[in-house]
Design a protein around this ligand. Structure first.
Ligand code: NAD
Length: 256
């Protein structure tokens, strides 16, 4: 049985503070589409500020709390807080992530652990807590950001542990789709190619963008809105037949 979306519904978006990032653009796009927004990012004040901005710009309800997604107790407390402050949680968008450009033979053990902890275990922590609420209400959407790096073994900026974590996100997504489907919850991943944000060692110069675009079929690297629109699509009530999917948003860099 399909449970309808409630009229007032909240999407939790992790990693939505970075001003030029995918998370901020996605939160704005979802707010414009009528979603109330709960933000989880590293800093409490910055998360609250990003939420206030959304509420002021789009007239939605929004709240933001600080938590490191790799810290399970902090994540549970953050989601508990957002759940009590906002309308029913219907969606989770896992966007928080870090880059890792270190070549394999120069990797320190700490870097491997840190990247897996944030980019994969962090997605699990937030998904696990939010899935409890979605399953209880019998309706929900989970979208997690993977990367073309998972499919091509790197090849953009970040290397080994990043590729491994992002490949893990695809496996996690498929396993969640299988287990949560009967409970009314879909789970999908998005695998972006290079997107113009600050995660690849700072703001990209025009030269770097042109170099990256050379491998792409559409003649340009991606924008944050290219990813945000894909998230919005997968969160819609009428896309509930899509689950376990990885949506490539990569300008043709890799064809699955
Ligand atoms: P960004 O650095 O602009 O944004 C990352 C956000 O995550 C920031 O707001 C940061 O504060 C937050 N964050 C980092 N670590 C966190 C933690 N431990 N707990 C909570 N929040 C944390 O980067 P972006 O380019 O917008 O990347 C967003 C996501 O998209 C990441 O998962 C990234 O791996 C993925 N991605 C980016 C690209 C790209 O080319 N930009 C390509 C493929 C995938």
């Amino acid at each position: 049985m399909t449970v309808a979306f409630p009229a007032a519904r909240t999407a939790i978006v992790t990693g939505a503070v970075s001003p030029r990032g995918i998370g901020r653009a996605t939160a704005r796009r979802l707010a414009a589409a009528g979603w109330d927004i709960g933000i989880i990012d590293l800093d409490d004040d910055a998360s609250a500020e990003a939420a206030s901005e959304l509420a002021a710009s789009f007239g939605v309800r929004a709240a933001g709390v600080g938590a490191d997604v790799s810290d399970e107790a902090a994540v549970r407390a953050a989601v508990d807080g957002l759940e009590s402050a906002l309308p029913q949680i219907v969606a989770l968008v896992n966007i928080a992530g870090i880059s890792s450009p270190t070549p394999y033979l120069e990797l320190e053990p700490g870097e491997w652990d840190r990247v897996i902890a944030v980019n994969l275990t962090g997605v699990h922590h937030v998904s696990r807590r939010v899935a409890e609420s979605l399953a209880a209400s019998g309706v929900g959407r989970i979208v997690s950001i993977s990367s073309v790096s998972a499919q091509r073994g790197g090849g953009t900026y970040s290397k080994t542990p990043y590729s491994v974590a992002k490949a893990g996100v695809i496996g996690l997504t498929r396993a969640l789709a299988r287990e949560l489907g009967p409970l009314g919850v879909t789970a999908n991943a998005i695998a972006p190619g290079p997107i113009d944000t600050d995660i690849m060692g700072g703001t990209l110069t025009e030269e770097r963008k042109a170099e990256m675009a050379a491998d792409l079929l559409v003649g340009r690297i991606g924008t944050v809105d290219d990813v945000a629109v894909a998230v919005e699509f997968l969160l819609r009530e009428d896309t509930g037949f899509i689950t376990g999917h990885t949506l490539d948003v990569n300008g043709g860099l890799y064809m699955n």
